[in-house]
Ligand binder design. Sequence first.
Ligand code: GLV
Ligand code: MN
Ligand code: MN
Length: 405
Amino acid sequence: MGKIEDLKLLNGWFNEFSSIGQNKIGGVTRLAYSFDENNMHETFKKICEKLCFHVKSDSVGNTFVSLKESDSRKPYLIASHLDSVPNGGKYDGVLGVIGGILILKWIRDNNIDIPVKVCAFRCEESSAFGKATIGSGLITGKIKEKDLCSLKGVREESLYDILKSKGYLSQNYSVEALQGYIEMHIEQGRVLYDNKVEAGIVTAIAGSKRFKLEIHGRQDHSGATPMSMRKDALSAASEVILEIEKLGIQESIHSTVATVGEIHETPNALNVVPGFVELGIDIRGIESSSINSLISQLKCNIKNIMNKRNLSYELIPTTLGEPVKLSNQVIGGLYEAAKKLGIGCIKMPSGAGHDAMEFADITKTGMVFIPCKEGISHNPKEEADLSDLLNACKIVYEYLKEVLP
Ligand code: GLV
Ligand code: MN
Ligand code: MN
């Protein structure tokens, strides 16, 4: 273990991924189960095979890496994901995966007998199929195969059909019993960056409640239809969007947030009164009571807006994830490890979702956050310092050594 050599390794691995799905402005698009996400997993395999690690893919496309081909002991899983949002950043997910490789290498180089596996999950981002953490959700049983039938990508093909056509779902893919789960990830907010803290130990992950709102107006001629005779679905959607922002601001005292990040209008033409709009609504928070109160006010306000405009609508829940508390034992252990190493850290909740959510109820789960520049994420400008990733790796490695049986 040497700082310069380790940074060189991290930098080299990071660069191997960098050009995959990259556009002219430096953003990356590595949508789940696309050519580019496959390419990310192939690159991960190549890096690990060069290091003489054992590589195995499961029947949903997740990639697992270990030092031995088989080990009778339950492993610790260190994991994150390799897909991205459209035009996203290069650090989201990737850092947790390359950090895992480095820790596995340290374990081997230092002859430490800890059963550890590293995993890169598929489809953590909800942007490709409207649902997050598919790879980790399937293997932990949180997502069932039948759920994949209603998830559609841009070509309207179901995720179930896509996976079947790639030869997935043909064998058992449930995750083995684990001793623990740890994920390193960029914070994706600016708490660490603003406070100049080197690492965050995550205490809880915000719950995410997502809805699709379909508004049925009437498609009409924009010149010939008087204002009093319209059923404009987009104008109604605009009122809803502002309402969601208002409720989000109202509940922000509880750290709840509310976003409309997706809008599809039909027929989306300059000289046509919009006949149909679909909104994607994302509500998140650490306190269930605040999230639920926002949702009940929202339902009531949507009803009022649609009644006033004489429009019909459907509010369809797509994800109803509760806030997830991480293991106190792991939080304490990671915090102590950071203190022992002299790495400045704070305990903090995560506003973003992570694969770790899927493991918290089946094994002791923890996360370490790495600062990202100005808190920018899901953006081509996303940036993090690999020496902060190195600190996170040291914290996790120290923690694992401490919990050795
Ligand atoms: C994952 O990046 C999320 O949307 O929280
Ligand atoms: Mn993300
Ligand atoms: Mn991520």
